[in-house]
Design a protein around this ligand. Structure first.
Ligand SMILES: Cc1cc2nc3c(=O)[nH]c(=O)nc-3n(C[C@H](O)[C@H](O)[C@H](O)COP(=O)(O)OP(=O)(O)OC[C@H]3O[C@@H](n4cnc5c(N)ncnc54)[C@H](O)[C@@H]3O)c2cc1C
Length: 392
């Protein structure tokens, strides 16, 4: 349930393998945010036959820079990561969410085992043997498993009685797409400021997306600027590394929080994407985790489905396995991002020192840097088959 990128990917993974699937969710009005899809996610989308129609509209990320832009006493040196250092042409590709969702939606229409229901769920009722979704339009859908991909305020999660561990940050992310006068040369640049990261990520041509994390008052101030004044202010914050800015239509605003479901599956519900975990936009991890959730639940369900009559696709055994397979990946990334974000916000000198030392060591010690890059792109503990280019 849920027609965002995680739900569409789960529905595609299941239906491409012949599992009868219903996708409940309205088509979105369009999201101007972009997603940096890391290499494994791109391979999964290639395998599902989606990437071909995205390729021309996505920009490769060949270099990533982290620059300490704080005015603090202890500042970290710049860290620079090259994809070629770990044998990749690119860490991944950046693409507008509306383009990605449209491509997933178009591919979903080609799946004969997939029925798309353009409606919203008003209630999810769960029993020991099945799940019934009541639709606002008046119909019901009954299934053995509900994949809850219904975002941060997930109805599926509540219906399954799953709590979250959550924390709200004193920060808001503003998102913009920009045209600029200088080329980005496929380099993504993350400035670390006292209020959070300010991240420029390449789009095709002389365009980039920007995620600017500020405290709430700062976000109100910057968000209220008219286009011309805004372009100047953003260029100043970017130290003009991409020359003059022009701000495109479509601004976004996202209050930041972190939340992890205490279980990723229970009572005939498997949670994927932001229904399962919400993390701040640092290091391009959120949807990459969501796509690994989708690929994993697809793999488990297809495995049971192929066994024939004996297995239960929504049963406790499968859901426990799903939880086990996803927990380390989600936990480790959530923890790292939470720590990084909190070290940016604190003025406590020893913490600044540790962060600076960490970035210094990463920059100077090749094996450490390469290990981190490999882990950032593709976690050693969680590589579902779709991420390895294998159809389910
Ligand atoms: C500023 C910002 C930048 C980001 N950048 C990156 C990045 O570079 N890389 C990355 O990997 N991640 C990134 N993320 C995270 C990424 O955007 C999210 O992980 C992703 O959008 C979540 O997708 P989803 O499908 O889980 O949820 P959503 O996109 O929220 O989709 C949920 C869907 O469920 C539907 N729905 C909800 N309730 C119901 C209901 N009752 N019935 C039917 N449908 C329902 C909604 O309408 C929606 O379509 C970023 C996030 C932010 C805020």
């Amino acid at each position: 349930m849920g027609g965002g990128p995680a739900g569409l990917t789960a529905a595609l993974a299941l239906s491409a393998a012949g599992v009868a699937t219903a996708l409940i969710g309205r088509r979105g009005a369009g999201d101007h945010r972009t997603t940096a899809l890391l290499a494994g996610s791109v391979i999964a989308l290639e395998t599902l036959g989606v990437w071909e129609s995205c390729r021309a509209q996505a920009a490769p990320l060949r270099t990533m820079r982290i620059i300490d832009d704080t005015a603090r006493l202890i500042r970290a040196p710049e860290a620079r990561f090259e994809a070629s250092e770990i044998g990749l042409a690119a860490f991944g590709h950046n693409i507008e969410n509306c383009v990605l969702v449209a491509a997933l939606g178009a591919r979903a229409q080609e799946m004969t085992a997939l029925k798309r229901i353009e409606d919203e769920a008003s209630a999810v009722e769960l029993t020991a043997t099945d799940a019934t979704i009541r639709l606002k339009g008046g119909d019901d859908v009954t299934a053995r498993l509900v994949v809850g991909a219904d975002g941060r305020h997930s109805l599926c999660r509540t219906a399954a009685g799953i709590e979250t561990d959550a924390r709200i940050y004193p920060q808001t992310a503003l998102t913009f797409n920009l045209r600029h006068s200088r080329p980005h040369n496929d380099v993504s640049t993350e400035f670390h400021t006292e209020s959070g990261p300010f991240t420029l990520v390449p789009l095709p041509g002389r365009r980039s997306s920007l995620v600017c994390v500020l405290d709430h008052a700062g976000a109100d101030e910057v968000g209220a600027l008219e286009d011309a004044a805004l372009a100047e202010e953003l260029e100043r914050r970017a130290h003009s590394i991409l020359g003059r800015f022009e701000v495109e239509q479509g601004r976004g605003r996202f209050p930041l929080a972190i939340a992890t479901a205490q279980r990723f599956g229970a009572n005939r519900v498997a949670l994927v994407g932001e229904a399962a975990h919400l993390i701040p936009p640092i290091g391009a991890q959120g949807l990459n985790l969501g796509l690994r959730d989708a690929a994993t639940i697809g793999e488990l369900v297809v495995g049971v489905h192929r066994q024939g009559g004996d297995g239960d696709v929504g049963g406790a055994t499968l859901l426990e396995r799903f939880d086990t397979l996803r927990r380390a990946d989600v936990k480790s990334r959530s923890l790292a991002i939470d720590l990084l974000n909190r070290t940016l916000l604190t003025d406590f000198l020893p913490v600044q020192g540790v962060r600076g030392l960490g970035l210094y060591l990463i920059d100077r010690i090749g094996p450490l840097r390469r290990a981190l890059m490999r882990e950032g792109v593709a976690p050693a503990t969680s590589q579902p088959r779709l991420m390895r280019g294998e159809l389910l």
